[in-house]
Write a protein that binds this ligand. Structure first.
Ligand code: NFE
Ligand code: MG
Length: 509
């Protein structure tokens, strides 16, 4: 008999996502296959409307509040849109300082994703209660665990339980190490946020980010403070984060075959490497396995299954945000973004695969092939739950490495931003890559005020509902076909959803 699976609140992601799946039995004792899945974004925020009528210079401040995890992405997209409207580019220091600020936010976000959000999909935290031994970490964890076992409401140990009761990692040493790294990751994330604050004046929401650069002059003291912290964060990525992902991959190799998704990949490009605008990760798309140049005119948003009373299929420069909570046939507060009418995956995997197949870019291919060779893994297996975790960790390595170069290229005590003049009327768009993928802001200015502001956000792409043709979004597609051993404990689905690192707070903006 078929079974419905409901995960009414996916925990350990940002924001409010419900997942519903229909299943059919595979065979006696062989579990249930997902025939179709729905992702429901359950909250409306309305930042696009909040910005209307305001001073454009306030946009990067207000829009960063969309998220506490990836605020700098929204800040960067916003200043890029303004830079286009004002007809400027960041000066050299401005470009490098924005990269350093953005990179710090990437590193914080990627480390958070593996440890605070995903590790408990694999680590057996409950087993820790039974482990002998006595140290400060174990004592703290036992207290958390005992509290969380005893109570159903919110409590200090809430991130650890409840959980699906399924087989987790059995090796006590690995469980203990991963939980110790969970605690260490909190410290590393604080240090990464300090790196961001050195350049951006404060984190999570930077007050120093402006069109054309930042307001913090790169003094020798700031450069050396950033560098010291970068070394600490990089050591964690190299010695802990990447090895941990490889350890988990070795214990759950079947997850290289689970959670594939639509296979189409979109990347807007990120981290400007020179004054001509070349980027570390270049823009591009993969459609049906073929690389194509990226064209921003091909982005549209369908709204047929979203709770909005707006026209469907519009380019975001013409989009609008009118909430319609009673709309018939709708099931999500996310619109359905499409590229050339196609559903797209975005995120670290998309950045890396688009660049892997880019005919003009060789560094990504060389780096990826080296790791695939070491792991004896074919490239196709990257499009999977474990592939997303692995690529995200590798990306943290590459971004940390670039930071050294950007620090060296800074002109010490030189101007940190390009000057600009406000415009009475104008428009622009800012396309960048947030840690979770392709992020775009579209801005229209009329009489020195924001007339229209539209955001199309990474998790809006990944957790998109069905479009007007009925085609499922990327995560919906990744869930379909999955075999769930026990529909009452659908850990397979949770692992797939979390591999995309969804942030519904961003997605519904
Ligand atoms: Ni709230 Fe975000 C990132 C953006 S995801 S985390 O990364 O933009 O939709
Ligand atoms: Mg939007």
């Amino acid at each position: 008999m078929s079974r419905k699976i409901a995960i009414p609140q996916v925990t350990r992601i940002e924001g409010h996502l419900a997942v519903h799946a229909e299943t059919e039995p595979v065979g006696e004792g062989q579990g249930f296959r997902v025939t179709e899945a729905h992702c429901e974004g359950e909250m409306f925020r309305g930042f696009e409307k909040i910005l209307e009528g305001r001073d454009p210079l306030d946009a990067q401040q207000i829009i960063q509040r969309v998220c506490g995890v990836c605020p700098i992405s929204h800040g960067i997209a916003s200043v890029r849109a303004q830079e286009m409207a004002y007809g400027i580019r960041p000066n050299r220091n401005g470009r490098l300082l924005q990269n350093l600020l953005f990179a710090a936010n990437y590193l914080q976000s990627h480390v958070a994703h593996l440890y605070q959000l995903s590790a408990l999909d694999f680590v057996d935290v409950k087993a820790l209660l039974g482990y002998s031994g006595d140290n400060a970490l174990l004592r703290k964890l036992r207290t958390w665990m005992e509290q969380s076992v005893a109570r159903k409401d919110l409590f200090p140990g809430a991130p650890l339980l409840p959980r699906f009761e399924v087989p987790y990692i059995e090796d006590a040493g690995i469980n203990l190490a991963l939980v110790a790294h969970y605690a260490e990751a909190l410290e590393v994330r604080r240090i990464a946020d300090e790196m961001g604050a050195i350049v951006g004046a404060r984190l999570p929401h930077s007050t120093a980010l402006v069109p054309g650069g930042v307001t913090q002059v790169p003094t020798m003291e700031r450069i050396s403070s950033y560098l010291a912290r970068l070394k600490r964060v990089e050591a964690f990525i190299e010695d802990v984060y990447i090895p941990d992902v490889i350890t988990v991959a070795g214990l759950f190799p079947e997850y290289f075959d689970i959670g594939r998704g639509p296979g189409n990949m979109l990347c807007y490009g990120v981290f400007e490497m020179d004054d001509a605008g070349n980027r570390l990760f270049r823009p591009g798309v993969l459609i049906n396995g073929r690389w194509e140049a990226f064209d921003q005119a091909k982005i549209t948003e369908d709204a047929g299954t979203a709770w909005f009373d707006v026209a469907s299929g519009l380019h975001p420069s013409r989009g609008d945000t009118i909430a319609a909570p009673s709309k018939k046939g709708a099931y999500s507060w996310l619109k359905a973004p499409r590229y050339a009418g196609q559903v797209m995956e975005v995120g670290p995997l998309a950045r890396v695969l688009v660049n892997y197949h880019d005919p003009s870019n060789t560094w990504v291919k060389a780096e990826v092939d080296k790791v695939l060779g070491e792991l004896k893994l074919p490239a196709e297996k990257l499009v999977s739950v474990l592939g997303r975790h692995l690529v995200r960790a590798l990306e943290a390595r590459w971004v940390a490495r670039e930071c050294y170069r950007w620090l060296e290229e800074l002109e010490v005590d030189g101007p940190p931003a390009q000057d600009f003049k406000l415009v009475r009327n104008g428009s622009g768009y800012g396309l960048t890559e947030a840690p979770r993928g392709a992020l775009g802001h579209w801005l229209e200015i009329e009489n020195y005020k924001i007339k229209r502001y539209q955001c199309v956000v990474p998790t809006t792409w990944n957790c998109s509902p069905r479009d007007d043709k009925g085609v499922p979004g990327a995560v919906e597609a990744a869930l379909a076909g999955t075999i769930v051993a026990d529909p009452a404990q659908p850990i397979e689905l949770a692992r797939i959803v979390r591999s995309f690192d969804p942030c519904l707070a961003c997605a519904v903006h």
